[in-house]
Structure formats: C-alpha cells, structure tokens
Design a binder for this molecule. Structure first.
Ligand SMILES: Cc1cc2nc3c(=O)[nH]c(=O)nc-3n(C[C@H](O)[C@H](O)[C@H](O)COP(=O)(O)OP(=O)(O)OC[C@H]3O[C@@H](n4cnc5c(N)ncnc54)[C@H](O)[C@@H]3O)c2cc1C
Length: 408
C-alpha cells in the first residue's frame, strides 16, 4: 500500500513533493511523529464502510471544507489495514461528491489527528497484518485530485495493490508447489519415493503448471505496469484489462491449490508446524480485498465496455502466439465468440473472464515458458482434457520434466 499510494498522491503535487521521497524510502521509522520529521513513511487506504466495500459510492463519511484549504472528515470505516501507518488515502463525501483525501496520523503541529482505532478484526488468517475499524471524528484531511473524482483518484492506488494481489497469489502458489514437491521427494510410501508414484506425479505437475502460469502472468503484468508508468499507452491498455482478468483468476485458484498442496503432506500438512495451515488460511484473502471475485470480473467487463483499446491490446498480445498451438488458437476463437454477443454478459462474467485469463496465461507459456509446462497447460486448461480437481492432467504430458523444474 505504501508504494501504491504514490501514483494517487501525485494528483496533489504539493503533497507528492512532501511525502513521495519518504514513501519511497527503504527505511522503516516507526512511531507516532509528524510525517515530515520521519526518515521513512508507510501508508494505508481506507475505503470500505459497513454498507459498502465493493460499492464505495455508498460511502457516507463526510468531508467538510474548513476554508483554509483543508477539510474535516467525520464517519466510520469498517476495514482499514495497517492502522499504524503514517498516512492514509481515504474516500469521503465532499460538497462536490465522493472525493479522495490524505490523512496524516499526526498533524503538522505535532498533535494526533482525530482518527480513533475502535477494534482490530479477528480474522481467519492474515494475522501479521492488523485490520481495524476506525472512526474519523473531525479528522483533518487534504484533498487529493478534484472533488467528486475520488474513485478515479484512489483507483490508481488500487490498481497497484491489485498487482500485488496477483504477485502475492502467484508467490503463494509457488510456495505450495515447492513444499509439496519437497515433501514428496523425501517421503516414501509403498516402497518408493512418493514423487515417483504415478498419481502423485500428476498432482505435483498440475500444481506446478498452475504456479508457472500464474508467475508468467504476474511478471508480464509487472512489466506492463512499469512500461505504462513510463508512458507506453499500448501497455497501459493491456494492463487495464489483463490485470482485472488475472486478479480474478490467480486469486480464485489459490484456495484450491493451497488445499491440494497441503494434502500432499498428508496429516503433517494439517499441522501448524508444517506452515501449510498458514498458507491455507491466507489463500482466500487476495480474492476478497482490492475487489472481490465478482468485483474483479465485473471490472474486466467495465474495462472492455469503456476502453475498447484494452480489448484490442489484449488480443494483440495473445495473438502473438497464434499458430503455435491449435488448442490455444481454438481458445482464442472461443473468447471472440463469447464476446461477439453481449447478451447476459454480466451473468456470464466469470465464464468470460476465466477464459480470457486462461488464454492470456496460455499465450505467455507457449511463447516464453517451458515446453512441457506449456503443453500440459494447453492440453488441460485450454483443450479441456482434465477434471475439476488438481491431479487430473491427461496421459502423455511430461510430468517428469514439469516436476523437475520445481524440485530438480
Ligand atoms: C483482511 C482484510 C483487510 C482489508 N483491508 C482493507 C483496507 O485496508 N482498506 C479498505 O478500504 N478495505 C479493506 N478491506 C475490505 C475489502 O476491500 C472489502 O471487504 C471488499 O472490497 C468487499 O467489500 P464488502 O466486504 O463490503 O463486501 P460486499 O461489497 O458486500 O460484497 C459481498 C459479495 O458480493 C459480491 N458483489 C458485490 N457487488 C456485486 C455485484 N454487483 N454483482 C455480483 N456480485 C457482487 C462481492 O464480490 C462479494 O462476493 C479488507 C478486507 C479484509 C478481509
């Protein structure tokens, strides 16, 4: 959230000048002090209210101008993570509509801003990150961007934290795949190493394929983000749609993948000291925050509707692999068909977005990935030759080549 706050903050150049170098600093300087006196700052975001997380336009927190360029905010936020942050970007209803504000925890005169921590959430997992319910009781804030354009401003932060969800999701898949492969290499069952048992080779390879596909997509999007920030419009258009699509899919795959990786360790995987329960508890989270599954899928539809250049950029990207694998070509054709008739498209959003995500991953794997991984991906995810659970790859895929990439 700290780094992601920067692009949004630039909508107020004075605030960006004051705080950007400190947000970008590699120093943690904890403690309650006036931000400009610290060597490094951390930032949080505060959007979700009781009545609206996905629908932030329903926010009721108010922002009253004080006449000296500042505002005072009054209201309640139902989720605010990292409440020990120095700065928060938040949304509140100003006279001109829903607007984005920066709130410091300590004011320039050294007094505490009136942001009251009411309770920490008792969460399923994600315990290392505190998430709080907070109250603004005439808290001082400064406008970022124009009044009434709060969502547009803060979305610049959210787009970057969505990329983090994808990167974190891919990292979780990799962790699960590696832990499962390591255990299977060293465990013996029925007279031989577990990773030689044919059915287990299928499970491990399927986990590995998912992990590589997610990593490819995450890194492609990280590159697109850098190039978009440097002014590349084509990459910006690709990122707009492909990020929403990938946020949906990589995060959606995480819980099933974590459960399967955990099971590879048998009963030990269910025991805390294996580390797998922590992975499992964390796994549903990325799909919820920064736009829950349906929110991400609907955001992809919004991108396609409002920014046709994002659709063009998406097809330009995936069609670079055209002709390389008939299963991918066929899937690209199916995407075009799904999008040709937009009747009931909101009802079909998950179907459409899932297919877009698979085609994006498939195209990257076919062009840049390992041959065996790309083949297994195309056969199962695009060719439809698999079951619903992990470990249902079809015969003929090179599980040895795939698995030795995870645990040589
Ligand atoms: C651990 C954790 C930390 C968090 N930290 C922060 C934070 O720091 N700052 C912050 O602002 N928020 C934070 N959140 C809140 C999070 O962003 C919201 O929970 C999330 O955006 C969903 O909002 P909601 O909980 O109000 O659910 P709702 O918006 O009520 O959604 C409920 C369900 O309905 C679905 N849905 C919503 N609208 C539609 C629709 N039109 N069509 C179909 N389905 C729909 C959603 O996908 C979801 O599945 C955090 C949440 C968690 C769990």
């Amino acid at each position: 959230m700290t780094y992601s706050a920067v692009p949004a903050l630039r909508h107020n150049p004075d605030l960006a000048t004051a705080y950007e170098p400190l947000l970008a600093a590699n120093v943690y300087d904890f403690g309650l002090r006036e931000p400009s006196t610290k060597r490094g700052l951390i930032a949080g975001m505060s959007m979700t209210e009781k009545q609206g997380g996905s629908d932030v336009r329903a926010n009721t927190t108010t922002a009253r101008p004080t006449g000296d360029g500042g505002y005072v905010l009054t209201g309640h936020k139902w989720f605010t993570s990292a409440p020990m942050s120095d700065l928060f970007l938040t949304l509140a209803q100003a006279p001109g509509g829903l607007s984005c504000f920066l709130l410091p925890r300590v004011l320039p005169d050294g007094t505490r801003n009136r942001i009251h921590l009411q309770r920490l959430k008792d969460k399923l997992g994600n315990r290392s990150n505190a998430s709080a319910e907070i109250e603004y009781d005439e808290a001082v804030g400064w406008l970022v961007g124009e009044e009434g354009r709060g969502v547009r401003t803060i979305i610049e932060m959210v787009n970057n934290t969505r990329l983090d969800c994808v990167i974190g999701g891919a990292a979780g898949l990799r962790y699960g795949a590696v832990r499962a492969a390591h255990h299977a290499r060293h465990r013996h069952t029925f007279g031989q190493a577990l990773d030689r048992q044919p059915l287990m080779t299928n499970v491990l390879a399927d986990l590995a394929v998912e992990s590589e596909a997610a990593t490819m997509a995450a890194l492609r999007l990280a590159g697109a983000s850098d190039r978009a920030a440097a002014g590349d419009r084509q990459e910006e258009a690709l990122r707009r749609l492909a990020l929403a699509v990938t946020k949906y899919w990589v995060c959606k795959r995480a819980p099933a993948h974590a459960a399967e990786a955990l099971e590879c360790l048998g009963g030990n995987g269910y025991v805390e000291e294996s580390g797998m329960p922590r992975l499992f508890r964390e796994s549903p989270l990325s799909s919820i925050w920064e736009g829950s599954g349906n929110g991400a899928a609907l955001d992809a539809l919004r991108a396609m509707g409002k920014q046709p250049d994002s659709v063009e950029a998406f097809f330009t990207e995936v069609e670079q692999a055209e002709g390389a694998d008939p299963r991918l070509d066929d899937a690209i054709g199916r995407v075009r068909k799904e999008l040709a008739d937009l009747t009931d498209v909101e009802f079909r959003a998950r179907r459409v977005v899932e297919l877009l995500a698979l085609v994006f991953q498939g195209s990257l794997l076919v062009r840049h990935g390992d041959k065996a991984v790309a083949d297994a991906f195309c056969a199962s995810r695009l060719g439809g030759d698999w079951g619903i659970a992990f470990g249902t790859l079809p015969a003929g895929v090179d599980t040895h080549a795939i698995n030795s990439r995870v645990w040589p």
